[in-house]
Write a protein that binds this ligand. Structure first.
Ligand code: CA
Length: 418
């Protein structure tokens, strides 16, 4: 396919994350203006509300862009998603007739503040990366029995909190919680000492379901993908997780990158799940390549210091695709809705530099990491900024996700002190 040329000159380079091939969807504001829908093209944002009002982005089913979220576009369904993408590519392509009118609808990304791109209906997080599950199981149980007995048969998940999903750039405050270290007889209420990140992808459900769906149907329901950091308090988790799984350890915050990269933009990068140790039951069986070849990195910058790369991995390393996770989610009859967010689970690769959390990188704190700037880390310290980034590399073009970052603020004073 190659690079598709746009009249927005900055979009026409091999390495730019937002060429005409991409066109990710976000919500932005400039100055004191209300947040509105926009599409990234090169260094600019096309203001969709302005283009709609100018009659350039009008559709029979609309208006769509007088609200600060993309849920209404999702609800219009996959046929409309394709129509919108085709219209945007036509409007922004080199030689487009409406160029002079559209130029007045462009905003520079450097001038814009980004907001959550959609209303998060509900949030489910999975544990579907094999290397992560193996590492965690090896650390806390036994390498010979690292994977729980159900792991190779279903994508394990838990219901997370939509209320604490935030956009990249939002600071994250170190939580308090009930902790119990093995060498203390009694639990104590303290700020988390083992606060961590998890490098994940988020899949956004675009169309609803009211019955169990197949893997193929589930794949068609997915509107797009974002980078996702599932902030995790390991010490809170270690004490609370049995027998129902994580609860407060994961409730503080979940950060998303601001641009939704559509399934259509990612189509050239489809990749297969790894070979199966145990054949999946028919309703979860692979029917085609439903992962994507997306390079993912995590970096850390202590307060006032430049970043050090912690990890580089790939979305291909997942054992279960988002489509399999979504299909599994519906098996009970659980309805799914536009704006439902599915976290992939931590994405680690097989080697140490591919580990997607500090828990794994420092092996539970036993093997701390020395950053390029000299600091030593087992877990996140106050003032650290953790940044995820991701991109897929095509023939002469890049499909980028931008970044997903958050800075750790110190814990508040004891919220129960009197
Ligand atoms: Ca997670």
């Amino acid at each position: 396919m190659g690079l598709m040329k746009s009249w927005v000159a900055s979009a026409n380079t091999v390495d730019h994350p937002f060429p005409l091939n991409n066109l990710p969807y976000g919500v932005f504001s400039v100055g004191g203006d209300d947040p509105r829908c926009g599409v990234a093209i090169g260094d600019m944002i096309l203001d969709c509300l302005a283009a709609e009002e100018a009659g350039l982005l009008e559709f029979d089913e609309g208006p769509f862009f007088d609200v600060p979220f993309w849920n209404e576009v999702m609800e219009a369904g996959p046929r409309f998603w394709a129509e919108l993408r085709a219209r945007l590519q036509e409007l922004l392509a080199e030689g487009a007739a409406a160029r002079s009118e559209l130029e007045t609808c462009l905003v520079a990304q450097v001038d814009a503040e980004m907001h959550l791109p959609f209303l998060v209906a509900e949030y489910t997080d999975f544990y579907a990366g094999r290397h992560h599950a193996f590492n965690v199981g090896s650390m806390f149980r036994d390498p010979a029995n690292a994977l729980p007995p159900n792991w190779l048969h279903i994508p394990i998940g838990y219901n997370g909190r939509a209320s604490s999903v935030v956009v990249s750039g939002t600071p994250v405050r170190r939580p308090w919680g009930q902790l119990k270290s093995p060498d203390h007889a009694q639990p104590a209420f303290l700020p988390s000492r083992r606060f961590d990140f998890e490098l994940e992808m988020g899949a956004i459900v675009g169309t609803p379901s009211d019955r169990p769906v197949t893997v193929d149907e589930a794949d068609a329901m997915i509107f797009g993908y974002v980078l996702l950091n599932d902030w995790s308090a390991r010490d809170i988790q270690a004490w609370e997780y049995q027998p129902l799984g994580p609860f407060q350890a994961k409730a503080t915050a979940t950060s998303l990158s601001p641009w939704i990269v559509t399934q259509a933009a990612l189509a050239p990068f489809r990749a297969s799940c790894p070979p199966r140790d145990v054949e999946l039951l028919p309703h979860l069986r692979d029917t085609g390549p439903m992962l994507y070849d997306i390079t993912l990195t995590a970096s850390i910058a202590p307060e006032g210091k430049p970043p050090t790369k912690l990890s580089q991995t790939n979305y291909r390393e997942m054992y279960y695709s988002a489509a399999q996770q979504l299909a599994h989610h519906t098996t009970s009859g659980c309805p799914m809705n536009p704006g439902d967010l599915l976290g992939s689970g931590t994405i680690s690769g097989p080697t140490k530099p591919e580990r997607g959390s500090l828990l794994e990188l420092s092996w539970g704190g036993k093997d701390p990491i020395t950053l390029d700037t000299g600091e030593v880390r087992s877990f996140l310290e106050d003032g650290d900024t953790l940044t995820l980034s991701g991109h897929a590399k095509g023939d002469g073009f890049t499909i980028g996700f931008g970044t997903c970052s958050g800075k750790i603020l110190p814990a508040l004073p004891d919220p129960y002190a009197r």
